[in-house]
Design a protein around this ligand. Structure first.
Ligand code: NAD
Ligand code: DAU
Length: 339
């Protein structure tokens, strides 16, 4: 079995590579990644050059390069993690989100048609469902919830999902889609809430909470997401969408307070800043379908997962300090200076 993992030098893709190497040591994994600001070869250091793993730098939207890789590698399965993934950056510059998330997905789907695969899996997000009101805790996203997007990021992910469904129906491509809630864990780029707050707290810098910090996200430990995708590849039904989430809804402000408590840092570091444009209030996945059909349940309790995550950032300071010393400084200045 040979799996092409696109976006494998990013947060979830790299964790998926580690997961698959441990659970399925006989599989061959080929990682295709453009190495944008979010991709980091250091993350893959422990697998680079090892038997059963190969890294190829390429852009999923580059048709010639992608076809060349399919011709040479003949993957059995494709798992597409490659994406521009940060909502704030999509608000600043939507174009690259359409290029990678929509056009890039189309190129991969065309390559799958051209060369044939046993499965194409699209890694999508709960953000395609839009948001839920705070005063209706009884409401959850199911696989039947209509797509209703808020940001250029979520619109691009929804467009990609629709393309996948169209290719499945029209060309009978063996496609599955998963829509997961917010992930946290090792190797997440420090522009996202949890690693950004850990990094700032460790440097005694202000912790920028958007608005009142009352927005709710449904947090899932990254390894649980990877295990769910592994199960979908093994036993998922072609043409099916699977929602992945852990019923672990938390307000942003509570997450930030928890991080400060773990690190023993004062709450006076919290700074309320101007809210994100079009900020989604609440995400909440109903994971009962994947539980019923495939037996998946999250294994990591948040209390444990957040401790491990903070510890990982403490133990791997060089990894994130390298990142925040480069382009990140300009990004941080643009995003937070006048907020
Ligand atoms: P990330 O930003 O950490 O990593 C994205 C990776 O894709 C990087 O390695 C980057 O170099 C690569 N990439 C970007 N553009 C590319 C291109 N044109 N060609 C090839 N590679 C390219 O993202 P992540 O948080 O690991 O998310 C991975 C996937 O999971 C995305 O599709 C995202 O939409 C989805 N998702 C993320 C979350 C989350 O909480 N992070 C939750 C649900 C779904
Ligand atoms: O729900 C899944 C999605 O989760 C994924 O599809 C996205 O790729 C991923 O980035 C994530 O999107 P969010 O916008 O929910 O994640 P982010 O970490 O950017 O923000 C989480 C919440 O924290 C959100 O309500 C905004 C808030 N926030 C974020 C940052 C970066 C702050 O208050 N301050 C910040 O500095």
């Amino acid at each position: 079995m040979k799996i092409l993992v696109t976006g494998g030098a990013g947060f979830i893709g790299s964790n998926f590579i580690f997961h698959m190497r441990e659970k399925h040591p006989a599989y061959e994994l080929v990682c295709l990644d453009k190495l944008t600001y979010a991709g980091n070869l250091e993350t893959l250091g422990s697998v680079m050059g090892r038997p059963g793993f190969r890294f190829i730098r390429a852009d999923i939207a580059d048709r010639e390069a992608v076809y060349g890789i399919f011709a040479a590698e003949q993957p059995d399965v494709v798992v597409n993690f490659a994406a521009e993934s940060h909502v704030d950056r999509s608000i600043e510059n939507p174009a690259v989100f359409l290029e990678t998330n929509v056009m890039g997905t189309q190129v991969l789907l065309d390559a799958c048609r051209e060369y044939g695969v046993q499965r194409y899996h699209q890694v999508s997000t709960d953000e395609v469902y839009g948001d839920l009101p705070l005063d209706r805790p009884d409401l959850f996203f199911t696989e039947q919830t209509p797509l209703h997007t808020s940001s250029p990021y979520s619109a691009s992910k929804a467009a990609a999902d629709l393309l996948c469904s169209a290719y499945q129906r029209t060309y009978h491509l063996p496609i599955t889609i998963s829509r997961c809630s917010n992930n946290y864990g090792p190797c997440q780029f420090p522009e996202k809430l949890i690693p950004l707050m850990i990094a700032n707290a460790l440097s005694d810098k202000p912790l920028p909470v958007y608005g009142e910090g009352l927005n709710v996200r449904d947090w899932l430990y990254v390894e649980d997401h990877c295990a769910a995708i592994d199960l979908i590849l093994e036993r998922g039904q072609v043409g099916q969408v699977y929602n992945i989430g852990g019923h672990n809804e938390m307000k942003n402000i509570d997450i930030v307070r928890r991080i400060l408590a773990i690190l023993g840092k004062p709450e006076s570091l919290i700074t309320h800043v101007t809210d994100r444009k079009g900020h989604d209030m609440r995400y909440a996945i109903d994971p009962s379908f994947i539980h019923r059909e495939l037996g998946w349940l999250p294994e990591t309790r948040f209390e444990e997962g957040i401790q491990w995550t903070v510890q990982w950032y403490l133990d791997n300071r060089a990894w994130w300090e390298n990142i925040i010393s480069g382009e990140y400084q300009d990004y941080y200045e643009r995003m937070y200076a006048n907020r």
